[in-house]
Write a protein that binds this ligand. Structure first.
Ligand code: GLN
Length: 544
């Protein structure tokens, strides 16, 4: 039997970034898989960083961690949530990663003494990685999102790789341009010109878009669709509207209404198929009906850039809260609270009683942590449901040591290396990494097992004694304090048996006060919310 060829769809951006290429990639992936195709998605980030692990979250957004411990871009989280698939490091690539492996190959004579050059060796490495991702995932269709926008120097070699792939197998490669069509207020009219320029920039790279996804405040109308078709050289029916919608989960429906899936299949010479989006449609209908709110405060530190508040740093946390709220038939109302506010004015923590639940997500370093500790003290004492993720668990332990065990100077070594009560410490390997400034991909990363104690709220949520969760931390709970903490009421209910490491803490005599060393948010899926989030929100509702 003839081996079926694998197909590739490249998603590129025009005009400006941040208009939803990632969600478009995820949505197209979902649509094609709803037609029975085996699909995977891949993110290319054009920066030099080898991974996203060393980047500031306010600048770059969340670092999404895969099961195999890769520190990747937040779009990978969208792919996992829409495709309901676990991805691995083969699904992610950066310029840094590509160059690093080419240089390593050169150093080990893998190029057999030839002169190693930017072209063709870099695009060849890129192509090799794309094909490998398709292979490892055994994907019939691989959707590759190229970060940034066309016309930037940064992503030109990735476009070149894509162009070469198209040249080799024209029927196996398609291009989607996701572009923004502004409606300037003083004109009150949607403008196609920026997209015409983007399309031309793409042509200069030797690439013609097969499909244009027109992002904008509203739908494309007939004249604008015709203009795009003529000036961008794309069939009229292949200019598709993607107007702003209230929820990202509506986007696959909006795109499929316009037959996007079959259009792409036709371009790839694949059989058109009816899609089965029944459960997704039901999910969307249900959450649209949820009217009663549940109010959750997220107390964190990576919100601000200049005059803007960005929630991108916590995107998986936000989505996990939404999934949990919807399962409980509630409309999630999230509030961002910068922990430093509580440091400037301690009395402000009492504001937290306005919320049904409080969540502290992961974080690093000392800024804002005293404010977070104040917030945790307040919700512990006032019995407001609390979920602490990673740093949120570590700081809950410190708060407990300070105010219940009366170890006033208790701290994490991350913040106070000389504390007499190091509740949170770095083990010897991590201490060495820190000393040697080995920061890249050296945290405890990826999936590890956790054994859950029966008869706890945590067990009630999970309904299993063993789970696997994703991690990203350097510091950990100091077992020297375990007995004392347990005796005073903070139970260690989740343990990694291999390292005897505390993974979950749970306060007795509190409606819901749970901290996890891992990041449960990475495993929450739209129709399968994470059990801890689900129960946290459920208790928050009961507590209203
Ligand atoms: N800063 C803490 C550590 O490195 C917590 C990390 C996190 O919240 N992801 O252990």
């Amino acid at each position: 039997m003839k081996k079926k060829s694998r197909k590739f769809i490249f998603i590129v951006g025009g005009v400006l970034s941040g208009v939803g290429k990632g969600i478009t990639t995820a949505s197209l992936g979902y649509i094609l898989s709803s037609k029975g195709y085996h699909v995977t998605a891949m993110k290319i980030d054009p920066y030099i960083n080898v991974d996203a692990g060393t980047m500031n979250p306010t600048e770059h957004g969340e670092v999404f961690v895969t099961n195999d411990g890769d520190e990747t871009d937040q779009d990978m989280g969208n792919y996992e949530r829409f495709l309901d698939n676990d991805l691995t490091s083969v699904n992610y690539m950066t310029t840094g990663r590509v160059y690093l492996s080419v240089i390593e190959k050169e150093r080990s004579m893998k190029y057999g003494g030839h002169c190693v050059q930017v072209v063709p060796h870099i695009p060849e490495e890129i192509i090799g990685r794309i094909k490998r991702a398709a292979e490892v995932n055994n994907a019939e269709i691989t959707i590759i999102e190229i970060g940034g926008t066309v016309g930037e120097y940064e992503n030109i070699l990735f476009l070149e790789a894509a162009r070469m792939m198209k040249l080799q197998n024209p029927d196996n490669v398609a291009f989607v341009l996701v572009s923004y069509l502004p409606v300037p207020r003083h004109l009150g009219e949607m403008k196609t010109k920026p997209t015409q320029h983007a399309s031309r920039a793409l042509n200069q790279a030797g690439i013609q878009a097969d499909l244009i996804i027109a992002r904008g405040e509203m739908d494309l109308d007939k004249p604008r669709r015709e203009k795009l078709a003529v000036f961008c050289g794309v069939d009229k029916e292949y200019c598709v509207s993607a107007p702003d919608v209230p929820s990202i989960y509506q986007i696959p429906l909006k795109l499929e209404e316009q037959g996007v899936g079959d259009k792409l299949l036709a371009r790839l010479k694949l059989q058109k198929r009816v899609s089965n989006m029944k459960s997704w449609k039901k999910f969307v209908r249900n959450f649209q009906q949820a009217q009663k709110p549940v109010r959750i405060a997220v107390v964190g530190k990576y919100f601000g850039t200049g005059n803007y508040t960005l929630a991108d740093s916590y995107i998986s946390v936000i989505e996990a809260i939404k999934h949990a709220a919807w399962t409980n038939n509630r409309k999630p109302e999230l509030s961002w609270i910068d922990a430093e506010e509580f440091e400037r004015n301690r009395a402000r923590v009492s504001q937290l009683s306005r919320y049904d639940g409080v969540l502290v997500p992961g974080g690093f370093g000392s800024r804002g942590i005293e404010g977070i500790i104040q917030a945790i003290k307040f919700v512990r004492e006032k019995k407001i449901p609390y979920l602490g993720l990673c740093y949120g668990m570590q700081l809950a332990c410190i708060e407990f040591a300070r105010h219940v065990l009366e170890k006033k100077s208790a701290n994490t070594k991350e913040v106070d290396a000389r504390t007499p009560y190091p509740i949170i410490i770095a083990n010897s390997t991590q201490a060495k990494n820190i000393q040697e400034k080995k920061y890249g991909a050296t945290m405890r990363l990826g999936a590890y097992d956790c054994t859950i104690k029966k008869g706890t709220k945590t067990f009630n949520a999970y309904q299993t004694t063993v789970t696997s969760e994703r991690h990203r931390h350097r510091y950990e709970f100091n077992n020297l304090f375990r007995e004392e903490m347990e005796a005073a009421g903070l139970a260690m209910v989740g343990i990694n048996q291999t390292n005897d490491l505390v993974e979950i803490v749970e306060l007795k005599n509190h409606p819901f006060f749970i901290g996890t060393q891992f990041h449960p948010e990475f495993k929450s899926r739209p129709m399968r919310p994470h059990p801890l989030f689900r129960e946290f929100v459920k208790t928050a509702i009961a507590n209203q």
